[in-house]
Design a protein. Sequence first.
Length: 411
Amino acid sequence: MGPQDPQEAQEAQEAQAEQDTAARLRAIGDELSDRFYERADVVRTLVVTLLAGQHSLVLGPPGTAKSEMARELTSRIEGASYWEILLSKFTAPTRMFGPIDVAALARGEYRQVYDGRATTAHVAFIDEIFKCSTAALNETLGYLNERIYHPESGGEPVRCPLIGAITASNELPEGEDSAAIYDRLLVRIEVKYLEDPSNFAALVRSAVSRPAAPRRTTLPLAALRQAVTEAVPAVEVSDPIVDALCTLRAALRRKELVASDRRWRQAVGLLQASAYLDGRPSVAESDLSVLTHVLWNSPAERPTVEREVLQLVNPDAKEALDLADTIDELETQLDAMAGQSREALSEWVIKKAHNQLAMAGKRLEKLREEAAGAGRSTAAVDRVTGRQRAVRARVLTEALGVDASTVQAQL
């Protein structure tokens, strides 16, 4: 063979760099998923959102590792300027975007110090985002929407290098001001307390053990920027994917779930980012699963959105959600039997609950094997498996009186 054409050599080098970036990001996701129990789907979605150059909201109660996950992910970007803040109703815009330079003010000059603030950050974490003060609201919206900040003294807007922000909240927004910010957060991820008893036991053990130094894969800022601005937008979106989006939109509208045209358009970038992360040159139907975090407004709508999405792309997950209904119904029955005799509870377990939970557990194991073998996401199956184990643990302890310390061995 003769010498390689310079253009071909450059293209090969760029393709290798893209593969390396995607591989590093996958490694980062795997490391964080190992560290944060029951958060694999959350971590992957955060990575995809960052790759798409969008903002995410992690919604859940206190103590669910929202802040720690965000810090751990953003700290893996080498060379990136990182900024974080905990907002309150009294947070002034200057605290977010740059305090007044006191020394300059003494000389009669009015200017702000931007270093270390939102205005210079490549990645950001904003906690309690919906507590944004009225004074800071417009600047925060401009920062998230257009990556600009209008200085206190007027003049030309400051262009901010922000790639993406991870935001967090314990509750949904109240009032029009907070709703405006909520609307600009494309990805909304619910997190809850651990459900799987085995994961909870591992969490408790981790508080007293000395774990080995974890792997810590990092990614250069330049590589992330190249992926966000060039590689991800270049991922192909075929006509069948467009047709699938049209089908999904129609199905959701029949359920009276309507997302804006802007949200649908921005969601395409997420699909491209998902494909890029998996090392594929074009979007596949499996990438549509990320839309379960995009097309709902209230958490009550999320299960419906999830079912409609998974109906299209993931039969294993769809069946797992059907099993979740059975598991939830058993837990409701257990709650309703509170105060009844141990004999009545035992009879209910023997005749109904035990068999249904056991059958659900076996089917979930089979579904996970099939999904993993086909390269499909196991996130929904794993989540329902956690529910099955949690409800079974409750049945063993509350209905049969099994010692809680022995439950783990029976799951």
